[in-house]
Design a binder for this molecule. Structure first.
Ligand code: AMP
Length: 366
């Protein structure tokens, strides 16, 4: 047995899971909420682990922003801690909690190898044409402004699963990670070459509470109308997307309302689906012929209706959904495309914790 502890330490919660990387089985998992003191939260987690008799041999940490510094996971040392700290301005909501988690784990498990796994790392293979914004070069360089992309651990995991499912050495295709947050990724031979999130996780698809793509002038316009930057930030991150358009952030609620003929909900579904469809088209244009379009995360894995809406009308691009296969509820990797579809449409459940455990074990050499 090789138990690896996976830690996802946010600003106010601590999520953990121990995974046996020999079998990929989850041995124990937990969530400590309303965390104000990360040291105390780790003491509670250590007590929970002790009570369950599980002793981890390495620890993997989810870290949201690795900037341009990390294209791979990294064994935590003082340099890595300093680098994560220096990236706080780019991820003020996430990196401080992640950093506190690493420090808490170092105090709780001195001597164990700790690995930082970055949400941004998988996208470091993007070419400049995809990651650069067409802005003043001086500002760009002075403030490290570029597309970083997120959900990299999920896109990496799902791309590898898709390659395996298709019996190919590497995957080429489009992955739609549609959860509470959402992002699209163009993958060429197993490497990310474009993704919809940007400098921050606000860009791209319509999400539960985030707007995704906007005309950036909307921000200046709202500021000129008298809203403070904080108010605009809050609105676009917490009160936009499905939440902003309908008052409900959970797609299940929006679908239920749409099925009861709620026009507001119906229109929100159309906005959501069209945005995702546009990214599929854009990435097809960038990639050329692809093996598959892959759906993952809460919405992608569970909502046959959203898969139907997003793929509707894409037959001319070789993407044809099988409506019956699409309805089958299943937790395994599966193909929901028609037999004559040139591009496969796959549903692949993501597992970011498992990917963090695997990457941690690889780097720790266990
Ligand atoms: P995640 O962030 O991957 O955990 O995804 C969470 C989101 O998935 C929820 O907010 C729901 O909107 C969505 N979701 C989960 N199950 C379903 C379902 N059966 N139909 C539609 N959306 C779902």
């Amino acid at each position: 047995m090789k138990p690896v502890l996976v830690v996802n330490s946010g600003s106010s919660s601590l999520k953990y899971q121990v995974i046996d990387v020999d079998t990929n089985d989850s041995l124990i998992s937990g969530l400590i909420e309303r965390v104000s003191d990360h040291t105390a939260a780790f003491e509670q987690m250590v007590a929970d682990l002790k009570a369950s008799g599980v002793t981890p041999i390495a620890i993997g940490h989810r870290v949201v922003h690795g900037g341009s510094k990390f294209s791979q996971p990294a064994i935590v040392d003082q340099n890595v801690l300093n680098a994560i700290e220096s990236l706080i301005p780019l991820a003020p909501l996430h990196n401080p909690g992640n950093l506190a988690g690493i420090k808490g784990a170092m105090a709780a498990f001195p001597g164990l190898i700790q690995v930082a796994v970055f949400d941004t790392a998988f996208h470091q293979t993007m070419p400049p044409a995809a990651y650069r914004y067409a802005i003043d070069r001086e500002l760009e360089q002075k403030y490290s402004i570029r597309r970083y992309g997120f959900h990299g651990t999920s896109h990496s995991y799902v791309s590898k699963r898709a390659a395996k499912f298709l019996g190919k050495p590497n995957f080429t295709g489009v992955v739609l990670h549609l959860g509470n947050g959402g992002s699209a990724c163009a993958v060429l031979n197993g490497r990310s070459v474009n993704t919809s999130m940007g400098l921050t996780p606000l860009q791209g698809l319509v999400m539960g509470t985030r707007s995704g793509d906007l005309d950036p002038a909307i921000v200046m316009y709202l500021a000129n109308q008298g809203l403070s930057l904080d108010e605009i930030d809050q609105s676009l991150n917490k009160n936009a997307g499905l939440m902003g358009m309908t008052g409900d952030a959970d797609l299940r609620d929006v679908l239920r309302r749409a099925n009861q003929n709620d026009a507001v909900a119906r229109e929100a579904l159309e906005v959501y689906a069209l945005r995702a469809k546009q990214y599929v088209g854009a990435y097809l244009a960038q990639l050329g012929p692809i093996d598959a379009l892959v759906f993952t995360a809460g919405v992608g894995e569970n909502s046959s209706e959203m898969r139907e809406r997003i793929t509707d009308g894409l037959e001319h691009l070789g993407i044809a959904l099988d409506s019956e296969k699409n309805q089958i509820r299943d937790k395994s990797d599966r193909d929901v495309s028609r037999a004559d579809s040139k591009v496969k449409i796959l549903v692949i459940p993501t597992n970011e914790e498992l990917e963090i455990a695997i990457q941690t074990a690889q780097l720790a050499g266990i």
